[in-house]
Each structure stands twice: as structure tokens, then as C-alpha cells.
Write a new protein. Structure first.
Length: 436
């Protein structure tokens, strides 16, 4: 059997296993090892399993993932999300749709120290949703805002998805983090504008809350010193700001986790129960991520033997569609895949195949990382899967899936516009990394 036929069968088996609910990492590892064994031999395939597993879990570079996950767990369990929401609400809650704008602002701040879209959506389902419902906001709007705000965790640093992209493509993770800042701010701003437009077009749809006095505003602003300090120290260390020692992304993750732990304990927010919960939460998530990573690496060796990336590159560049035509085709593929699998699995499965195409077409790999993550964000909220939608449904059980998906439709349109803007103006993603 030819290597092309083996590769096609491998992909068919892989998607069949995923449809049968076999975990993505296990499915990729099984297909990768089986295909490699068929083409090269059983002994080398088994040796590859041991070497890949050991190298992945002991690699210093990969340490950035569990460290940032641990920081996010400490932040989630120390109540910083409520302080961010309270501060944002104090300034804009009196406007029509103000609670929605406050939710987006708080999601952005929380994402900047958490790095997880799913954690952001789950957290604000308990923090912001009850408040919006108490003031009479429709279920569809309240859940739609939270689902969209949760996607900011995939873009704003420290982003786990950007870190995994950097590891797979061997790009500077620090530059990727900085590349996500302006697009992340643009995302939050456009979401807020979308809410303001909805409030202006349908005045009776979104109520306005009570106005907070300046004393209350300043008090709420003073409560957010902890997340601001943590973000400034971690990002400042990556960028090498004055008075802050410069460190690598892995060291930044360790410093962030230690800082979140110290701040949480010092403020009395992290007791023994919450510390144990944070450690278990981070360990479970890291184990899941590393399982997918190991499976993807094994599948990648199988793709290398079959020369699939090179053949896909030749095929796409030979279509005569031009650079941006091929890019549009790739974006369409990601939107379709977003209906079938979660964000991290999409990145890990497809980047080894797609990245050679992007480099052959001359696109900036840092910019492409931002574009990919932005497209993955769409997969987090668009039907029929929408990981953030499922997370919100698991927390807010009295709302229907159709109601949440209806609420995210305006934000999906906003994301498509933002994607076009980032493709048309790559400098939005490349400006800050070029200053490092």
C-alpha cells in the first residue's frame, strides 16, 4: 500500500475514533503509532512512544503550560474575577447594556491573568449572569455576552493556545504573547461597541443599572490592585520593563503561579481547601493537554513519514488561488473543524500540516498564530459545538442551547469583521513583537 493511501486511511480512522468519543490525544497517538509501525516497523514505533512521552513531560519549554494553568487556577479560586466585575460595573453599569460592557471588560482583565477561555466563561457564568438577570437582561443576551467574553482568554496573554502554537512551530512564545495584546484589546473594544449598538437600536431590550458614586468607583478600583500587579509583573518580565527582571516564558509562568499563590494567601482568599482545589484543577488540565500533545507528536511523526505536509503544501500552492485565496481556504477549514472539535485539538492536529503551507506562501508566522487563535475563538462560540456554550450550559442549567447560540450571533458577526481587519492590517499583530 502506498504512503498516500496509508495517510488517507489514517485520517479516516482518526476522525472515526473521535466520532466514537475516543479522547483526541489517545486517537492521534493510536493512529500515529499504528501508521508509523506499518511503514517503518513495530520496534521503532514502540521506541518512539517511550522517547516522545518522556521528552515531552520533561522538556523545559513545555513547562510553560502547567505553570500558567496553575496561575489561572489560583486566580480563579481567589475571587479576583468578582473584583474585576465590580470595578467595571461601577464605571459603566449605569449605561444601557452597561452590565454587558462591564462583563466584557472584566472578562478581558481576568483572561489576562488566567489564559483559559473555558475558565473565563465558567467563572463569569457564576459572577456576571446572576447580576444581569437580576436587572432584567434577557437570557440570550446575558449568556451570549459571557460566551463571547470568555473567548478573550484564547487571545490575551498568557494564552495557553498561543503557547502550544509556539511550541509546535518553534516560534518565540514571548513574541506570540505580545502579538495577541492589540488584537485582544481590539476584540474587547468591538464587543463593547456591539453591545452599545444593540442597546441603541433596541432601547427596551437592555436595561440600565443604578449609577455609582465616585467614592464607590474609587473603592472598587482600589480592589483590583492584585490582578493588575500580577499582570504587570508577568508581562513586564517577559518584555524586560525597568525595575523588573527579564525572564523566559516558562519562568514567567512559574513567577505568575507563585505570585498568584502569595497574593491569594496574603489576602486570605486561598485556604487549604482552595489550594488543594487549584492544584487538582491545574494537574487535571495539564495532564489532558500533555496527553493531546504527546498524541499529536506521535501523529506528526506518522505525517512526516508519509510526507503529508509537503504534499499538502504542493497541492494548495498549486491551486492558483494566490496567497490570500489559500489563506481563506484554510480559515474556512478551521471554521468547519470548529463544529467538530475543541480549540486545542484543532491547533495541535492541523498546525503541523498547515504551517509549512503558510511559510511557503511567505506569511509571518507570528501574525498567522494570532489569526489562527482568532479563528479558533470563533469555534468556541459558533454552533453546533461551541465549547464555551457547553460550559455556560453546565453552569446555568435553566437556559437552552438554542437561547445561548441566539445570543452569540451578533458577536460571531463581530468576530468575522475583526478577522478581516487583522488580515488586512497585519501590523496590528506584528507591531509589539517587532519592538522586543
Amino acid at each position: 500500500m502506498s504512503s498516500d493511501a496509508v495517510a488517507v486511511i489514517g485520517f479516516v480512522v482518526l476522525f472515526a475514533l473521535m466520532l466514537l468519543r475516543v479522547p483526541v490525544g489517545m486517537a492521534m497517538g493510536l493512529v500515529g503509532v499504528s501508521g508509523f509501525a506499518y511503514l517503518v516497523g513495530g520496534a521503532p514505533a514502540l521506541k518512539l512512544v517511550g522517547q516522545t512521552s518522556m521528552r515531552t513531560v520533561t522538556d523545559y519549554t513545555f513547562g510553560v503550560i502547567p505553570m500558567f494553568l496553575l496561575m489561572g487556577a489560583f486566580v480563579s479560586n481567589s475571587g479576583m474575577s468578582r473584583e474585576l466585575f465590580r470595578a467595571a460595573n461601577a464605571f459603566v453599569g449605569h449605561r444601557r447594556g452597561g452590565l454587558g460592557i462591564a462583563t466584557i471588560a472584566a472578562c478581558g482583565g481576568f483572561a489576562a491573568i488566567c489564559g483559559s477561555s473555558v475558565a473565563t466563561a465558567a467563572t463569569f457564568s457564576t459572577v456576571a449572569y446572576p447580576e444581569m438577570r437580576r436587572f432584567g437582561y434577557p437570557q440570550s443576551f446575558a449568556t451570549g455576552v459571557i460566551a463571547a467574553g470568555g473567548t478573550l482568554g484564547a487571545m490575551l496573554p498568557p494564552s495557553t493556545v498561543l503557547a502550544v502554537y509556539g511550541i509546535i512551530t518553534e516560534q518565540d512564545i514571548g513574541k506570540l504573547f505580545f502579538a495577541g495584546i492589540i488584537p485582544g484589546i481590539l476584540a474587547a473594544t468591538m464587543y463593547m461597541i456591539t453591545i452599545a449598538v444593540i442597546g441603541g437600536v433596541r432601547p427596551g431590550f437592555l436595561p440600565a443599572g443604578p449609577r455609582s458614586g465616585w467614592g464607590e468607583r474609587l473603592a472598587a478600583l482600589g480592589d483590583i490592585w492584585a490582578p493588575l500587579l500580577l499582570f504587570a509583573f508577568v508581562i513586564g518580565g517577559l518584555y524586560g520593563l525597568p525595575f523588573i527582571p527579564k525572564f523566559t516564558p516558562t519562568e514567567a509562568g512559574g513567577v505568575g503561579a507563585a505570585g498568584a499563590f502569595i497574593i491569594g494567601v496574603a489576602r486570605g482568599r486561598l485556604d487549604r481547601k482552595n489550594i488543594r482545589r487549584s492544584l487538582l484543577q491545574a494537574t487535571r488540565t495539564a495532564a489532558a493537554v500533555f496527553t493531546v500533545l504527546i498524541g499529536a507528536l506521535l501523529f506528526g511523526y506518522f505525517l512526516t513519514v508519509t510526507q503529508t505536509p509537503q504534499k499538502v503544501t504542493e497541492f494548495l500552492t498549486g491551486l492558483g488561488l494566490g496567497r490570500y485565496g489559500v489563506l481563506a481556504l484554510i480559515m474556512l477549514m478551521y471554521l468547519v473543524l470548529g463544529c467538530l472539535m475543541d480549540a486545542l485539538a484543532m491547533i495541535i492536529l492541523t498546525i503541523p500540516i498547515i504551517f509549512p503551507v503558510i511559510t511557503a506562501l511567505g506569511f509571518d508566522p507570528i501574525w498567522f498564530g494570532v489569526i489562527i487563535v482568532m479563528t479558533v475563538e470563533l469555534g468556541l462560540i459558533h454552533p453546533p459545538v461551541g465549547m464555551n456554550v457547553f460550559v455556560i450550559k453546565s453552569v446555568v442549567q435553566d437556559v437552552k442551547f438554542s437561547t445561548i447560540f441566539y445570543g452569540v450571533l451578533p458577536f460571531i458577526a463581530t468576530d468575522l469583521v475583526r478577522l478581516v481587519i487583522l488580515i488586512a492590517f497585519p501590523i496590528l499583530a506584528t507591531f509589539l513583537p517587532s519592538r522586543m
